[in-house]
Design a protein around this ligand. Structure first.
Ligand SMILES: Nc1ncnc2c1ncn2[C@@H]1O[C@H](COP(=O)(O)OP(=O)(O)O)[C@@H](O)[C@H]1O
Ligand SMILES: O=P(O)(O)OC[C@H]1O[C@](O)(COP(=O)(O)O)[C@@H](O)[C@@H]1O
Length: 312
């Protein structure tokens, strides 16, 4: 079974590692890498390492597509990206030795009405032979912030299961369509609910409001504090051990990928949350996403602290 991952605003990630970033000054990079990314593409990459095949789609610029096409071949992803005239954006990630990461994300290509219609047609084709869809990332310029909402509704009607990870207005509108699973981080959840979330109880209360909208799984990711997973019946918290952070870029995508893998395998919440926390914690120890070392993942799984919280 292939999972369809949709990346409407992909990016080449230019990551530079340096000692300390100083604004208003010349900064020298010690190590650099340029990798094809964007949320759904990162998810497809991790899925491949976990043993789940994917179909990748969205909008890709035709002028700098080679690294993407090469990656899709490498991970055996079915390439259903629509080509647009122009270049896919490059996002800059500056990773300091203390683990701090500065993201400089560019807006991406402008997308016109015709391209939106073509993508909608592509989704209706893909839903014929895919049950699981990952819709992830920001929206490019030129499209309505309600686009995810419309497309989640469309996919829901066709009986697909949508895993959704976005931000800002695209997230807020998309949540209204009740995807199957959402993974806001704490800040995105706070922004959606309209106030700060000061403790676990407030996080659970906010997540519960999403469950009440008809969303089945709400995973609130909390950086080094791990994740709180809320369903109608259960609230589970998972915390990773202290990690040696190289770059947190792609940690959220790794979590979404591991969750998707777990759900398609039919694993229960406890097994899934442990696995997803371990896969995402492993991601912070490396610059790019993926499972470099299976034995490290297995040892991390053993170190995840799991607790069941009251279902308030
Ligand atoms: N510093 C860290 N140490 C260990 N695990 C981390 C760290 N940062 C992130 N993670 C793992 O990655 C997951 C997603 O990270 P988070 O920063 O919350 O998401 P996003 O990148 O979407 O903002 C976390 O829930 C956690 O399991
Ligand atoms: O789609 P957005 O929100 O503009 O973010 C795109 C960026 O997010 C990433 O997918 C990383 O995401 P996470 O760190 O949240 O996992 C990068 O590859 C990419 O540059």
């Amino acid at each position: 079974m292939r999972v369809a991952t949709i990346t409407l605003n992909p990016a080449l990630d230019l990551t530079g590692q340096l000692n300390t970033l100083t604004v208003d000054s010349v900064n020298l990079i010690d190590q650099a890498s340029l990798t094809p990314g964007g949320k759904g593409i990162n998810v497809a990459r991790v899925l491949s390492d976990l043993g789940t095949k994917s179909t990748v789609s969205g909008w890709l610029g035709d002028e700098n597509q080679d690294p993407f096409v090469h990656l899709f071949e490498q991970i055996d992803a079915r390439d259903e990206f629509l080509r647009q005239r122009g270049t896919t954006r490059t996002n800059v990630k500056l990773a300091e030795i203390n683990g701090r990461v500065t993201d400089i994300n560019f807006p991406g290509m402008a997308i016109d009405h015709q391209a939106v219609q073509q993508m909608e047609k592509k989704l209706t084709e893909l839903v014929a032979d895919h049950q699981w869809f990952v819709l992830a990332g920001s929206l490019p310029r030129g499209v309505s912030p309600t686009l995810y909402q419309r497309w989640i509704e469309l996919l829901n009607k066709q009986g697909a299961r949508v895993i959704f990870d976005s931000s800002a207005d695209a997230l807020n509108y998309g949540l209204e369509a009740a995807p199957y699973l959402v993974k806001p981080n704490e800040h995105e959840l706070a922004q959606w609910i309209g106030h700060e979330l000061n403790d676990e109880n407030e996080i659970i209360k906010a997540a519960r409001q999403l469950i009440n909208k008809g969303i089945t799984h709400v995973l609130v990711s909390r950086g080094s504090d791990g994740v709180i997973w809320v369903t109608e019946q259960q609230v589970v918290k998972a915390k990773p051990p202290k990690m040696n952070v190289v770059s947190t870029v792609g940690a959220g995508d790794s979590m979404v990928a591991a969750m998707t893998h777990a759900l398609t395998q039919g694993w229960d919440v406890t097994k899934s949350v442990t696995y997803a926390t371990a896969v995402s914690a492993l991601a912070v120890t490396q610059v790019s996403v993926g499972i470099g070392d299976q034995s490290k993942l297995e040892s991390l799984i053993e170190q995840i602290q799991l607790s069941e919280l009251p279902n308030t």
